[in-house]
Design a binder for this molecule. Structure first.
Ligand code: 13P
Length: 293
């Protein structure tokens, strides 16, 4: 099946009451971990780069080729969309140009009229090439690539207007934020999500800031219409925890580890990357998208 746009499998998830993971990648190994997890779970998946990760990976073109070529060389059979996460207008256009199969245009920092206008333009250009489009209303809090939002509930009328632009799935603030949740976080506003999905019946909603939300809240949100959940921080935390543990073990067993040449990056990074795979598999189970490929 391999590389596809995302609108069909996200719509199928919405219709059948589960959610697809949108997992952020940072490099080649991270991409392999996500692909291995998706294949093991037989789950459709979006592999997404933020604008910063795109630059880090050597530009969108390089990122796209890494994902695309790995899908081929790893004999991946599940549907995979190559997605831009939180893209500015110019970045969205560049990703359309280089061959991403899905993208998010994030105009949530713009006045709503301008956000709608620009989204319409992106939709026309992307859909002409069969590329799926996500857009956002109501800033999602936290900090991502320098875009900082205060966290808010998306105005329902803005969501309705945004859906009319022809987008394929909608990110909307429902009390979620990017990054770790503070101890005093009030939780997802499921009443607001319900109002939102009643206003745009059957339309797939995207839950950003998927890391650290209690599983029962995620499941409740999926029941109400969330069909894509974005996860970044949890993968990073899994990687960091396993790598820190490995470094500690290295210190404690230095002579043995040196003799085994565990300083080789292919070995040094392995525990962290394996932890990313395990974290992604675990999320896929919670989202209900295992065996949906
Ligand atoms: P987390 O980093 O909180 O998982 O959020 C990811 C995200 O929403 C990417 O757009």
């Amino acid at each position: 099946m391999a590389i596809v746009s995302a609108e069909k499998f996200v719509a199928a998830a919405r219709e059948n009451g589960y959610a697809i993971g949108g997992f952020n990648t940072n490099n080649l190994e991270w991409t392999q971990a996500i692909l291995r997890a998706a294949e093991a779970k037989k789950a459709p998946v979006l592999i997404q780069t933020s604008m910063g990760a795109g630059k880090y990976m050597g530009g969108y073109k390089t990122a796209k080729y890494i994902i695309e070529n790995l899908v081929e060389s790893m004999n991946i059979t599940v549907p995979v969309a190559i997605h831009l996460d939180h893209g500015h207008y110019e970045d969205a256009l560049e990703c359309i140009e280089v061959g991403y199969t899905s993208l998010m245009f994030d105009g949530s920092h713009l006045p709503i009229a301008e956000n709608l206008e620009k989204t319409k333009e992106v939709v026309a250009l992307a859909h002409a090439k069969g590329i799926s489009v996500e857009a956002e209303v109501g800033t999602i809090g936290g900090e991502e690539d320098g875009i900082v939002g205060a966290g808010e509930l998306a105005p329902i009328e803005d969501a309705v207007a945004m859906v009319k632009t022809g987008i394929d799935f909608l990110a909307a603030g429902i009390g979620n934020i990017h990054g770790p949740y503070p101890a005093n976080w009030a939780g997802l506003d499921l009443d607001h999500l319900k109002k939102l999905t009643e206003a745009v019946p059957g339309f797939p909603i995207v839950l950003h800031g998927g890391s650290g939300i209690p599983d029962d809240q995620i499941r409740a949100a999926i029941k109400l219409g969330v069909a894509k959940v974005n996860v970044n921080t949890e993968s990073q935390q899994a990687f960091a925890a396993a790598t820190r543990q490995f470094a500690k073990d290295y210190e404690a067993n230095e002579a043995e580890y040196e003799a085994k040449k565990l300083f080789d990056p292919r070995k040094f990074l392995k525990p962290g990357i394996d932890a990313v795979q395990a974290a992604v598999e675990e999320r896929i189970d919670v989202f209900g998208s295992a065996n949906k490929a």
